[in-house]
Design a protein. Structure first.
Length: 454
């Protein structure tokens, strides 16, 4: 096999952290001389970056793997890699289930892909799931967009929510240094990226593990301090961040977001349940009253801010009345977007072993009822945009209508308008909103704010 013809394919399941990891691994593979192939059947290295939050994501991985494992019998040179959270959780058990696999690697090993693959090419079957100190990012990710980019600021999670496998699979919290984060963002600004989303499984915990405290005993490095430190990176016009935990969400952070013009007016703060007893069983460490106070504080400083969240229905033991408390919270707050899921027991988590599991019928019924309410409330929230002028960062062509481009408002609403992608990609355009839907908008372009590359 000649080096120039080697191709790779990556399929990514799950969260933004996984997307960011996939981009880093794609960067490593391209440094190694591989070309990207859209079609897995033309690739020599196939990597599945997996998610274990929900059962169906895991089942999908196994069905994809089965097809490629068959192909490997005809093409022994094919290299099969499973990365991410399923890899971390299953480890060697994956090799027993799919012996054709060459490499099983947990999320903490993303930056080691080159070394691990070299070991595979040397004839070894490799499992890399032991905890490691995450090496600093030195490779350039191959980013899927040319306009927006992810930047990890903290890996891992120290929380112990009873339904969640993340701490088991992504390890303890490890913050990157502010200097490393800023350096990566400066490079992105130079390359023409206009928007950066700072990522962490629990981003508000950023800096707790870094050395140094102020005379008053406050950590020297908090996520709020980081926002002030990176806010003026040249070329980067917008900053977003995810995911926040209500337990650590401070008024100081909200003030910073209101003060700093590049920080988008959009907050993603999962509440998971609107019932205090369910929250306690989940080990979330806050009450629904505290969650409501956070949203009230955001709306005091930034009345127009978009709020999105995550919610789980059908948690073990959840009664109808407790579920109705979740509906009430959604009704009262009015989210712009809500990611909903029926509870799915994950191996190695406390809640999976509890006897008070609910039936699939009950979970499905509650999910439908919640989703209906979410759509109604999102449509109501969208009304405020009608007739307004919003600034949209153009990311791509509308796949359904080539005469239109699409991008997002500061509040993260997907917006379509007529325009030429070749002229407008990466530009900030003022758009008058003429049509509103629950989760997207259509408008007419009024003026382009030219963004100059640095």
């Amino acid at each position: 096999m000649t080096t120039s013809k080697r191709r790779y394919h990556i399929t990514t399941f799950g969260c933004q952290m996984n997307k960011a990891d996939s981009e880093r691994m794609a960067g490593i593979l391209e440094d190694m001389g591989f070309e990207f192939s859209e079609d897995p059947n033309n690739a020599d290295v196939i990597l599945y970056n997996t998610c274990t939050i929900r059962d169906n994501a895991e089942q999908k991985v196994y069905s994809y793997l089965g097809r490629q494992a068959k192909r490997k019998h005809e093409q022994p040179d094919l290299t099969l890699v499973v990365a991410g959270c399923v890899a971390q959780q299953e480890g060697e058990a994956l090799l027993r289930r799919v012996p054709e696999l060459d490499l099983v690697m947990g999320p903490q090993h993303a930056n080691r892909l080159k070394d691990l693959l070299e070991s595979v090419f040397g004839g070894n079957q490799v499992v890399a799931t032991e905890p490691v100190h995450i090496m600093e990012d030195i490779t350039q990710p191959r980013r899927d967009s040319k306009v927006t980019a992810w930047v990890n600021v903290i890996y891992g999670c120290n929380e112990r929510c009873t339904y969640c496998v993340v701490p088991n699979v992504r390890g303890v919290e490890q913050s990157r240094t502010p200097e490393a984060i800023r350096a990566e963002m400066e490079e992105l600004g130079r390359q023409g990226y206009r928007e950066v989303t700072l990522l962490g499984q629990n981003i508000d915990a950023y800096g707790r593990d870094l050395p140094g405290v102020t005379p008053e005993g406050r950590h020297l490095h908090t996520f709020t301090d980081l926002l002030y430190y990176v806010h003026d990176v040249p070329g980067v016009e917008r900053l977003r961040f995810a995911t926040s935990h209500p337990r650590y969400f401070t008024e100081r952070l909200i003030k910073a977001c209101a003060e700093l013009p590049k920080v988008c007016e959009h907050f993603h703060i999962p509440f998971q349940s609107g019932d205090n007893d369910v929250l306690k069983a989940m080990s979330r460490g806050y009450t629904q009253e505290k969650y409501r106070r956070i949203i009230d504080t955001i709306r005091k400083y930034m009345p127009d801010a978009s709020i999105s969240a995550d919610a789980i229905v059908g948690f073990p033991g959840e009664t109808e009345a407790q579920f109705e408390n979740t509906l009430k919270l959604v009704e009262d707050i009015g989210f712009d977007q809500l990611n909903t899921a029926a509870y799915s027991p994950r191996p190695g988590t406390p809640a999976a072993l509890w006897e008070n599991q609910l039936s699939e019928e009950v979970k499905s019924d509650r999910l439908q009822r919640l989703n209906h309410l979410v759509n109604v409330k999102a449509a109501e929230r969208s009304q405020r945009y009608f007739g307004r002028i919003e600034e949209v960062l153009v990311e791509d062509q509308n796949p359904k209508d080539p005469t239109q481009v699409m991008g997002r408002t500061g509040g993260n609403r997907l917006t379509f308008f007529t325009g030429d992608i070749n002229e407008l990609k990466g530009q900030l355009v003022k758009v008058k909103i003429t049509e509103v839907r629950a989760f997207s908008l259509t408008g007419e372009p009024i003026e382009v704010r030219q963004v100059i590359s640095v």
